[in-house]
Design a protein around this ligand. Structure first.
Ligand code: NDP
Ligand code: 2IT
Length: 444
């Protein structure tokens, strides 16, 4: 049995109840086969893959908080510090009722490779809680965030582990967490990113994941002789990543005709009104039915369905496993050119393979959504030097990082005879740097 197969079997046996983690590991190890085979003996002796697929540590804790009725509520908090071979652990905090250890582990594992691809010195981690922020008052959100950090503060720090936003965690939550960290430790340091602009946040961090996704998508199109002008795009989600993906796509001359949330989706043939979308989602924190009510050209549909709409470019920006095999078939039947992931692992392995086999340009999230964490790393840099850069400075760096990522993953795929397989390219390029650092640092 090959070393990859041996490790895959062991990971499956050990983590049988964590399907998302197994999916993420399978995708990575399958595409690393040629790299591993070239160093089979050495990597096996060093147990490199066993070390890479086992988090440095997993922290799980109780988060008690008091709701507006005086009732004590209890949630579970997590932080998985996956790998710090190339820098402090870095990755977001997800607040969503579906959160469990397997989801946090898959996200932490992906983050290791993504962070490596940014070219910046950040290791991989992820955390969160099964707390559901929907329908909670501001005070309840604050109570939860303070309690969460009252435990988590022991394990994080500007040079140790630097959490940030993810699903359900935005500027408001990061603000409450930062305040509590500062109060407990007395430290004013860059321990979290995605902070408000008056207390150490970076300009362009809010926009970074969505903008970065489009910078990479444009480079991909350019290198295949196409541009973004008049391209029809389907976006899923309507949160932080989706909103700024829509905004940048439109600035590039494309037309975005869909967005979605967990209850329904919008088809707006005139193009999504991004100012209205921001008002509904960022200010009112309301449902997409409000967007439809205010916009005559928009059709609202219950359930899921954005991938059934004919488009040139599909940008899944909601959550994992939201683009399934039937969606991939519909996209191909409708002549899609490119699928670039804004979310983490939104496309199932089966759907990914179908898209690739049918000649669709497919870029996985660990490459195409890396602009968010890259800009978080730029926020860390600004915090360390106690300076703030202008929007244009950060945005230009972000754009260059995304262009570099595209070329690095393209080159890595070519080096191993898999031209055009950007999943393999991303996994290989991300892996090489981390593997070299791990080997250089000895058994740890
Ligand atoms: P937000 O919480 O801002 O938005 C999430 C969006 O996805 C909402 O529209 C939400 O709908 C929808 N959504 C969430 N869960 C589900 C679900 N189970 N089924 C259907 N729709 C769902 O999160 P972000 O925009 O920050 O994150 C979106 C994705 O991008 C995630 O995969 C995240 O890990 C990834 N990502 C985020 C980065 C960042 O910087 N924020 C960086 C890189 C990746 P509803 O409001 O109804 O729940
Ligand atoms: O998945 C991700 O890359 C994020 N949620 C952003 C992490 C970060 O540290 O900015």
């Amino acid at each position: 049995m090959s070393y990859v197969d041996e490790v895959l079997a062991r990971v499956k046996a050990k983590n049988a109840s964590e399907p998302e983690f197994l999916q993420a590991v399978e995708e990575v190890l399958e595409s690393l086969r040629p790299v591993i085979e070239a160093h089979e003996e050495q990597y096996k002796k060093e147990a490199l893959l066993e070390r890479l697929t086992e988090p440095d540590r997993q922290i799980k804790f109780r988060v008690p908080w008091v709701d507006d009725n005086g009732q004590v509520q209890v949630n579970t908090g997590y932080r998985v510090q996956f790998n710090n071979a190339i820098g402090p652990y870095k990755g977001g905090l997800r607040l969503h009722p579906s959160v469990n250890i397997g989801i946090i582990k898959f996200l932490g594992f992906e983050q290791v490779f993504k962070n490596s691809l940014t070219g910046l010195p950040i290791g991989g981690g992820k955390g969160g809680s099964d707390f559901d922020p929907k329908g909670k008052s501001d005070r309840e959100i604050m109570a939860f965030c303070q309690s969460f950090i009252t435990e988590l503060y022991k394990y994080i720090g500007a040079d140790v582990d630097v959490p940030a936003g993810d699903i359900g965690t935005g500027a408001r939550e990061i603000g409450y967490m930062y305040g509590q960290y500062k109060r407990i430790t007395g430290l004013y340091e860059g321990v979290l990113t995605g902070k408000g602009l008056t207390y150490g946040g970076s300009l362009a961090r809010t926009e970074a994941t969505g903008y970065g996704l489009l910078y990479l998508t444009r480079e991909l199109m350019k290198c295949h002789g196409m541009d973004m002008k008049d391209k029809i795009c389907c976006v899923s989600g309507s949160g932080n990543v989706a909103i700024y993906a829509v905004e940048k796509a439109q600035q590039m001359g494309a037309k975005v005709v869909t967005v979605s949330d967990s209850t329904g989706w919008i088809y707006d043939p005139e193009g999504i009104d991004v100012a209205l979308l921001k008002e509904v989602k960022e200010v009112k924190r309301a449902r997409l039915t409000e967007y439809a009510a205010a916009r005559p050209s928009a059709q609202y549909h219950e359930g899921r369905g954005v991938w059934q709409i004919k488009c040139d470019i599909a940008l899944p920006c909601a959550t994992q496993n939201e683009l399934l095999i039937d969606d991939a078939k519909a996209l191909v039947a409708n002549g899609v050119t490119a699928v670039c992931e804004g979310a983490n692992m939104p496309t199932t392995l089966e759907a990914t393979k179908y898209l690739q086999d049918n000649g669709v340009l497919f870029v996985c999230g660990k490459a195409s959504n890396a602009g968010g964490v890259a800009t978080s790393a730029l926020e860390m840099t600004q915090n360390s030097e106690r300076l703030s850069w202008t929007f244009d400075e950060v945005n230009e760096k972000l754009e260059q990082i995304m262009i570099n990522i595209y070329h690095n993953i393209d080159d890595a795929a070519k080096r191993y005879g898999m031209e055009g397989n950007y999943v393999a390219g991303a996994n290989i390029a991300g892996f090489e740097k981390v593997a070299n650092a791990m080997l250089a640092q000895g058994v740890c």
